[in-house]
Design a protein around this ligand. Sequence first.
Ligand code: AMP
Length: 412
Amino acid sequence: VSGGFQAPKGTFDVLPAEAARRARIEQAARAIFERAGYGRIETPAFEDTELFERGVGQSTDIVNKEMFSFEDQGGRSITLRPEGTAPICRAYVEHGMHKLPQPVKLWCSGPFFRHERPQAGRYRQFTQIDAEAIGTDDPLADAELIGLLDELLRELRVPGVELRLSSLGSLDARSRYLDQLKAHLHEHEAELAKEVRERIDINPLRAFDSNHDGTRSVMADAPKLLDQLDDEDASHFEQVRSLLDAAGIAYSLDPTLVRGLDYYTRTIFSFVCDRLGAQSEIGGGGRYDGLVEQLGGPPTPAIGWAAGIERILISLDEEPEAPQRDVFVATADSGQRGRAMAIVSELRRGGLSAEADLAGRSLKGQIRQADRVGARRTLILEKDGSAQLRDMHSGEQRPIDPDRAVEELGGG
Ligand code: AMP
């Protein structure tokens, strides 16, 4: 390793072939959001630590142990953003977006940071695509948001995707339920995994996530929130479900579904992919009807999701795309190199992708290089200023007027 340096633990470099695959995903998302009227928002990569403590929740793993926090030179506690919803709600409140027609529909994409134990599909810097509709509790919004992520994964042809759906009810119903769940867990303390036992009163819902056998059998008999939604929450959920049915979006109900952030209410959902192994979630989200108010705004229901670009890439498992160029301009005589570069510039201005040799190769070496970069044709400048056009696929050659290269090669 040159100089002994490596990318920090849990991070990675994106090299050009990979960058092209990532760009394809971002472009697909952008097109879907534009068609659906979602506006792009960009928030800073870091925020006041307190935003996440208040927004994501003190009891969550994210706030407890995964935040990259530091004190800046002004003595403020700063945190690299571990998620996008709290910052977007902060911006919604800060810019008085509640005065706009509601809901405000936003999307973003960019890097997020969590100090997790790295493994396949889990990194310390990762990239999310994020969508939020803020200012509506209409079940149609739930169905629209879920539909957008469904459409993205379909369009990208992510294989083996399954949608899991549940509802957490309102914050009130949920806190009543949490008391019941805690009582159930305390009753069976002896059978629980140590880390679950220690967190009964902090975050009892996470017990549903445990792989520990004893915990799993305790949870099989635990009361389920989905069975005791109040009438309004139950009817809201019923409407979301029938809208998904009507849209032909298949899902399975999962009463044990939980998410790692405290702010969720009512609808929650998770798209999992069977090609992903342990970190099987490709994207997910839900309603967060209390968050905007909690961050100092007016009472504002909202819903959103995030999907991880790296997990989408892993699930696609495709070969990197071979490079392609319209034209390579080669020279049979080094005296023509300046002219080659001028022709390349002209071709590029005409909208064609074009390259010349930048490394002093022989003509044979240049033809080989043209092949490597995927050139469809190579224009070869002869010593006398004339030129040949070589079709790289068939190997056929014909004379071409180098001064008319753009027209002859189909540039505009
Ligand atoms: P969350 O913000 O925890 O709801 O996660 C939303 C999505 O972000 C997940 O479904 C993953 O695709 C992705 N994601 C979350 N954490 C990581 C991570 N540490 N590394 C890679 N992707 C992640």
